[in-house]
Design a protein around this ligand. Sequence first.
Ligand SMILES: [Zn+2]
Length: 564
Amino acid sequence: MRYSKLFGKTRHDPPCDADSVNAKLLTQAGFVEKLGAGIYNLLPLGYRVLTKINNIIREEMNAVDGQELLMPALHPVEFYEKTGRNRTMDDILYRTTASGNKEFVFGPSHEEIVTPLVAKYIQSYKDLPLSVYQIQTKYRDEPRAKSGLLRGREFWMKDMYSFHLSEEDLDEYYEKVKAAYSKVFERCGLHSYVIEASGGVFSDKFSHEFSVETDAGEDTIIICEKCKTAQNLEIAEGKVVEPGGKEEKELPLEEVSIERGFSVKDNAEAHKVDEKQILKTVVYEVDGEGLVGVVIRGDLKVSDVKLEDYFKKQLRPASEEALKKAGLVQGYISPVKLPDSIKLSFIGDHSIKNVKNFVTGANAYAKDYKNANLGRDFIIKDFTDLVEVKSGFECVKCGKGLKEMKAVEVGNIFKLGTKFSEAFGLKVSDKDGKLKTLFMGCYGIGNTRLLGTVVEAKHDDKGIVWPASVAPYNVHLVVLGNDEKLIKKAEKLYEDLEKAGVEVLYDDRNESAGVKLNDADLIGIPVRLVVSGRTLEKDSVEFKERSSDKSELYKFNEILKKLS
Ligand SMILES: [Zn+2]
C-alpha cells in the first residue's frame, strides 16, 4: 500500500477529547475516528488490525469445533420477554419501533436468538455437543462510554454458545474454551490473567474473566506472582498480615471520654494508636435480616461482594437515618456492652481474632472503650472472610505477598446452565428416549476492546508498538530523498517485497525525513526499512525493529531473507 494513497493519515495534534492512550494514539496515527461517545469509525489501518484479531479468534474457535454463523443485530422484543431480560437489562438496551408498532431491540448479546434457533435444528442427542459462534456488532447503552475502544456503545464482539446433554459435558468443553482464550490473547501479544469471577448476589462461582494488565484498566485484580494466579479484588482471598511482636496481656477494660472525628483515622490519632488497634464496626441493612454490624480490624475494608455472597441477600450500607432510628451513634458503634434495646446483630471478620486490647466506640457520643477484648468484653458468634484484600496480604496457597494490578477485561466465559434452554424449551431425547433440557455455555471476547487493549499495553512515548501478529502491515518502507535513482531503488524494493507476499506500507510521499520517521514510529509497524542516499552508497537498506533502538544495514539482495 502506498501511504500517499492511504485513506486516513496521521495527524499532527492529538484529538482534544481523547481520554485514553488508545483513543489518542489510534486517532493520531489514522486508525480510528470518533463519531460520538463510544462510537468509532474504523479507518483502513484500524480495520486491517481488527481483521487480523478476528482471524486469530476465528482460528482458535474453529480449533475447539466452533462453527461460525451470523445472526441479525435487530431482535424482536418478545424474545427478551421470554427470559425476563427485557426488564433486567432495560438500562442497557437500545430500543426501536418498526412500522406496525412492532418493538425491537438492538442485540446486546445473542442468547435469546441462538437458543430458539438451535431448538429448531437439534433433533437428537447425536447432534451434541454443538458450539456456534459469530463475530458481529453489539449494542449496549453504556452510560460511561469512555476510554476510546475500551468501553463502547457499539462494538465488535465474538460470541460463542455451546449446547450439551449433560453438565459434565459442558464442564469439559468449558475447560477447552478457557485454554483457547488464553491462546487468543497470547497470539495477540498479550499476557492474560484468568480470573474466577464474582457474580454478585445469588451467583455461584461459575464464570471466568480474562484480564490484561494496563494502567488504563478500570478493574483492580489481585495477583500472586509465584502461583501465577489472579483474583478479582471484590472476592479475592488473602491472608491478613498479623501484627507481630510479643504476646500482649489483656488489660482491664476502660471507658474514656474523648472528642474526636468519626473516621478510623481520627480515632487512631485521638488515641495515639495504630489503625490496626481499632475495632471497626460497619453497619449494613440486609434484606430480611435488618441491621447487621460487620466487625473488622480498623485498617481493613469490608468487601460488599463477600458479604452479599455470605447472606445471599441484597444489602447496602446503613443510611444515617436507619442508624439513628435504631439508636446507634455514628462513629461510636461497637459490639462492646451494646444496650439490649438496640436491635443489631454482628458478624466478624477473621482479622479481629488475634488482636488484643482494641480501642472502640462505647455506643454513646464522645465515649470510647480502651482494652476491649474478644471473648471477655464482647462475643461474636459468626466469623467469616469479609475482608477486601490489598497489596501486602499473603497468598493463601504459597504465602508470597499479593499485588494489586490495574487491568482490562478482554473476555469472559460463563456456564449458563439451563436458564435459557428452559425459557425456550430446548430439549432433546437422550439415548434412553428421555427428554433432557440442554446445558449451555457462552463465551465472549470484545474484539474492538482487545484492539484498544493491545495499544494500551504496547506503546511508548513515540507511538504504537504493534505485535507482529496483529500489525496492519509487516513492513513500513520509507524512502528519504527525491533523487531519481533512489526512488527507483525504493520502488523496486516495494515491488519485490509485495511479490514475496510481505505486507508493505510504502511511504512514497515527498516529505522530510523527520515527518516520515516520526509517522513510522507513531503508526508502529514492527519493521521499518529505510532507503536513503546514505544506505544507497553501500547498496543497502536500513532495517530497524519498532521495539528496538538498533538499526542495521542489509544488502538489497539479503533483505528478503532477513525478513523471512
Ligand atoms: Zn501464591
